[in-house]
Design a protein around this ligand. Structure first.
Ligand code: C2E
Ligand code: MG
Ligand code: MG
Ligand code: MG
Length: 284
């Protein structure tokens, strides 16, 4: 009986695996179609400077709506794109589109707005990345200092020497960097000083249970201190309510981003958002 169960279990498991692979293949085909047909849009989430309660930047977040599947979350298709290499054409599109739209925001009356763009591992490893970004910057005439590339610790830690070289090259173009999802990857503390980064983004998993969870409060305070002692800015992600905000304000967090202030929104919506007081854009 035990054996039989074992077998059944194995078969069940393997059917599930097959189904997952089929779903992946289907999604991959749809993703290729989406790339060819330009089915992506960027949404923008505001980032607020707590020193003056003003917006200083936005993060570009990709959105894909498939005819059949509806809105597919980037949490689902970005990892697939990363596995299949499709992230390169998708990421190229994001870089170009976000820089072009950033320039439009600047010309629409928000000349100081920063544009945060997420880079995945393969994009960061792309040998042409520096050249691509350099070309995009000259084509769009975007002020490079207003471009902030978001990378995770694990991306940088894959090859520390190469990463430092690449970051220095990109820095020479004038762009800035932030470490996304900080605290969830490698413990790279000793390397932080080697990287020419400007900002740590506290992962929202540490923010979620503030201020009630003792471990999270300790971690968030420590990250804020660490950032300040290393002369870095610090922004908290996933700020959803006044309790989160109050804790972060009381503990000297510089900046915040989250549903409490604004969800990711379309280009049209973000312009409206920025136009309305008190969200005057400030230079930081
Ligand atoms: P991320 O870069 O850490 O982006 C933050 C995610 O948290 C976004 O999810 C955002 O919508 C969500 N978020 C923001 N505020 C809150 C909040 O208050 N509460 C909660 N529960 N969530 C909040 P999204 O847009 O689904 O993106 C998920 C991830 O997909 C991103 O995480 C990023 O790693 C990746 N991604 C998104 N767009 C791009 C892109 O254009 N290129 C690349 N390479 N990756 C992207
Ligand atoms: Mg990000
Ligand atoms: Mg993040
Ligand atoms: Mg992330």
């Amino acid at each position: 009986k035990v054996k039989e169960n074992g077998k059944n279990h194995y078969r069940f498991y393997s059917d599930e695996m097959n189904e997952e692979m089929l779903q992946d293949l289907e999604l991959e085909a749809k993703l290729r179609h989406a790339i060819d047909n330009n089915e992506f849009v960027l949404h923008y989430q505001p980032q607020i400077d707590l020193n003056n309660d003003r917006v200083f930047g936005v993060e570009a977040l990709i959105r894909w709506e498939d005819e059949e599947l509806g809105l597919v979350s980037p949490g689902k298709f970005i990892p697939l794109a990363e596995r299949t290499g499709l992230i390169i054409p998708i990421g190229d599109w994001v870089l170009e589109q976000a820089c072009r739209e950033a320039k439009e925001f600047h010309e629409a009356g928000f000349p100081n707005l920063k544009m945060g763009i997420n880079l995945s591992a393969r994009q960061f490893a792309d040998n042409n990345l520096v050249e691509k970004i350099s070309n995009i910057l000259s084509e769009t005439e975007l002020n490079p200092a207003k471009l902030e590339l978001e990378i995770t610790e694990s991306i940088i830690m894959k090859d520390v020497k190469e990463s430092v070289k690449k970051l220095i090259k990109l820095k020479k173009l004038g762009v800035k960097f932030s470490i996304d999802d900080f605290g969830t990857g490698y413990s790279s503390l000793s390397y932080l000083k080697e990287f020419p980064i400007g900002t740590l983004k506290i992962d929202r998993s540490f923010v979620d249970q503030l201020p009630s969870d003792e471990n999270d409060t300790a971690i968030v305070k420590a990250i804020i201190d660490l950032a300040h002692n290393l002369n870095l800015n610090v922004i908290a992600e996933g700020v959803e309510n006044p309790e989160h905000l109050q804790f972060l304000e009381q503990n000297d967090c510089d900046r915040i981003q989250g549903y409490y202030f604004g969800k990711p929104m379309s280009k049209k919506e973000i312009v409206k958002f920025l136009t309305n007081e008190p969200w005057k854009v400030v230079d930081v």
